[in-house]
Design a protein. Structure first.
Length: 296
C-alpha cells in the first residue's frame, strides 16, 4: 500500500474556523477525501484525532495521510517512454513543471500509445517508483510550461486551482499584423466548427463564454509579439480569439493556413504555481524556444 503524508502548519485563519472548513475551503480538498480522512482517523491536529467541527487556529499542526484506496485511479495507465528526457523547470515531492517541446502531444489518446509528454514523464518518474498524472494540457503545437502531478493526492487540488484561475498562466505569441490598440480584451463565445471537427469557431455550435486579455510586447514591420492571459480555458481559445480579430498566430496550421512559418509560435511562458496543501506561490518561467528567437 502506498501512502502520501503532509505535515502542515495552520495559517491565515482570521475567524473561528472548523477543521472541515479549513480542509475544504483553504486547502481545497474534495469532500470525498475529507470523508476518507475522517472515517479512518487519518487527520491529526497537534498529534491528536479531533472531530471535524473542532475549531483550529494559526500555528496548529495538521497531519494528513492519504492511501491509494482513497483514489479511484491511484495510477494512470501510461506506458513509460524514455526516448525523450523531460526538460524540468521545477520539481518537488508532489509535482513537476515541464518545458513541453513544440510538436509533442500532452497525453496519449489510445491505450498503449507512446511518444507524448506524459509518457516521457512516466519513464522519468518510474525510476523513483512514482507515476505521472495529467493536470491540464497544451495543444500539440504549443510549447512551454505545463504541470504534471506525481501522486493522486495533488491531482484534484491542482485541477481546481487551474479551473478557478488561481494558478495563472501567461502565454507569448507572434501574430500577423500590428494589433491596435496595444492592450485589450477579446470577449467572444467559442463553439464547435460544424464544417471541421478539428476546429473551434466564434459563436459556433454549443458556444461557451471565452475571454482573453492581450498586451503587445513588441512589433516588427508585419508582426506583433503579444502576451496573453486566459480568463477561461476553452479548446483553442487563444488561437481562435486572435484569428477572430484578424491577427492569427504565426504558423498556426488550423487558423492561419497560409502562414509561411513552419512552427506555430505560441508558448506557455509564465506560470504562477500554487503548491497543493502548502498553498504558497512560486513563479516559473519557460525560456523561449529557438523558433521564437529565429523569428525575432
Amino acid at each position: 500500500m502506498q501512502k502520501w503524508e503532509y505535515e502542515l502548519k495552520v495559517s491565515h485563519v482570521n475567524k473561528e474556523t472548523s477543521l472541515r472548513e479549513y480542509l475544504q475551503k483553504r486547502l481545497l480538498i474534495p469532500k470525498h477525501l475529507i470523508f476518507a480522512l475522517r472515517t479512518n482517523e487519518r487527520v491529526l491536529v497537534n498529534n491528536k484525532y479531533l472531530p471535524m467541527n473542532f475549531a483550529i487556529k494559526d500555528g496548529d499542526e495538521i497531519h494528513l495521510t492519504f492511501i491509494d484506496d482513497d483514489f479511484s485511479l491511484p495510477v494512470q495507465n501510461l506506458v513509460p517512454d524514455d526516448s525523450v528526457k523531460p526538460d524540468i523547470l521545477y520539481e518537488d515531492a508532489d509535482l513537476l513543471v515541464v518545458n513541453k517541446p513544440h510538436g509533442f502531444k500532452t497525453h496519449p489518446n489510445q491505450p498503449g500509445e507512446t511518444n507524448t509528454l506524459l509518457n516521457f514523464c512516466e519513464a522519468y518518474l518510474n525510476k523513483t517508483n512514482q507515476h505521472a498524472f495529467m493536470i491540464h494540457r497544451l495543444d500539440q503545437f504549443t510549447s512551454g510550461a505545463i504541470i504534471v502531478g506525481k501522486n493522486p493526492a495533488v491531482v484534484p487540488i491542482l485541477v481546481r486551482l487551474i479551473k478557478d484561475k488561481i494558478i495563472h498562466r501567461n502565454y507569448l505569441a507572434w501574430v500577423d499584423g500590428i494589433i491596435t490598440p496595444p492592450t485589450g480584451t477579446i470577449d467572444k463565445p467559442i463553439g464547435f466548427d460544424p464544417d471541421d471537427k478539428r476546429k473551434r469557431k466564434i459563436n459556433g455550435v454549443k458556444p461557451l463564454q471565452a475571454k482573453t486579455d492581450y498586451m503587445v510586447q513588441s512589433t516588427t514591420a508585419d508582426h506583433s509579439l503579444v502576451e496573453l492571459s486566459l480568463h477561461t480555458g476553452r479548446t483553442h481559445q487563444l488561437r481562435v480569439h486572435l484569428a477572430s480579430i484578424g491577427h492569427p498566430i504565426v504558423g498556426d496550421p488550423l487558423y492561419n493556413p497560409n502562414s509561411v512559418n513552419d512552427d506555430m509560435l505560441l508558448h506557455s511562458w509564465k506560470l504562477t504555481l500554487i503548491r497543493p496543501y502548502y498553498m504558497d506561490e512560486i513563479e516559473i518561467k519557460s525560456p523561449l524556444p529557438d523558433s521564437f528567437k529565429k523569428f525575432m
